[in-house]
Design a protein around this ligand. Sequence first.
Ligand code: AHG
Ligand code: MN
Ligand code: MN
Length: 334
Amino acid sequence: MRKRVSLADYLANETQVNHVTAELVKLTLTIADACVDIAALVRHGELADVLGASGQQNVQGEDQKKLDIISNDVFIEKTQASGALAGIASEELDHHHPIPDTHQRGSYLVTVDPLDGSSNIDVNGATGTIFSVLPWASDAAPRDEDFLQAGNRQVLAGYCLYSSATMLVLTFGHGVAGFTLDIETGDFLLSHEAMKVPAETTEFAINAAYAAHWYPPVQRYIDECVSGAAGPRETDFNMRWAGSMVGDVHRILCRGGVFLYPADARMEKSGRAGKLRLMYEASPMAWLMEQAGGLAHTGASEIMAVQPTSLHQRVPVFLGSSDEVQRLIDYHNA
Ligand code: AHG
Ligand code: MN
Ligand code: MN
């Protein structure tokens, strides 16, 4: 096998060339470590007795799977010991988790979706962990409100994909790098350098089961795609839906595409502006997409510019190849 750059060597170079702090490098390695542990649990599946429902719900009223809770516990236990964090906010916790006094407090905050795509767990489909790191320039313990920073304040964003291979994909704001886990050694090795999303694509991703509830801009966009070569786009399109944002975003980073999880009439009736959560799904994926040359928008503004008002806030998400996201923005402004 050819000699590849390890995650640790890549990070050492980031420190030298792009001035990523030693503390942030430590945090990145600790997050990677947590993801290796979660990957092992996912990989053992039924044999590790981690499949199925937990019988509990999270603050958003969603049924938690056993593996949602276990991944959350693994992520917190590992990363709180890094010495680089002042607090952890998670999809699975109502409020942020403070760093206990037994551990050193650091100058960063992390928000995390410990296991994305939970509905895929029991069918052995793709899942992932999504994380976003924000600065915390104070010695005091942070409050929930202190996490409410817009995506353009992020200092590190990434995900780990648990699929046929385990992959860590991250950005510090100098492009996007992908690492594949060598399961023999437990090391992440650089396998996807400077990932780029082509501006043009003929592949879209949306849960079309909600079509009856879509608003006109999304309805128009999808109608035009599915009418193919005979329609106004004069092009045949393809469609994919992984049921896991990590799976869909990873495919788009690899070969282009556009991902849509819009707000719709049914959701808004129950007071929800979309499904995906700004702070640990939309924002980190938006930064990765923009760093790879794509776009990420809510239809009203750039995702990275949205000022969060609560930890579990939801936003509409349109992201991926820039020509198609721009078209969706134009349809929203028409
Ligand atoms: P989670 O499992 O963390 O709650 O996230 C699931 C999200 C996201 O991964 C995916 O894109 C979307 O839900 C799928 O939603 P539908 O089931 O409505 O298609
Ligand atoms: Mn998720
Ligand atoms: Mn989740």
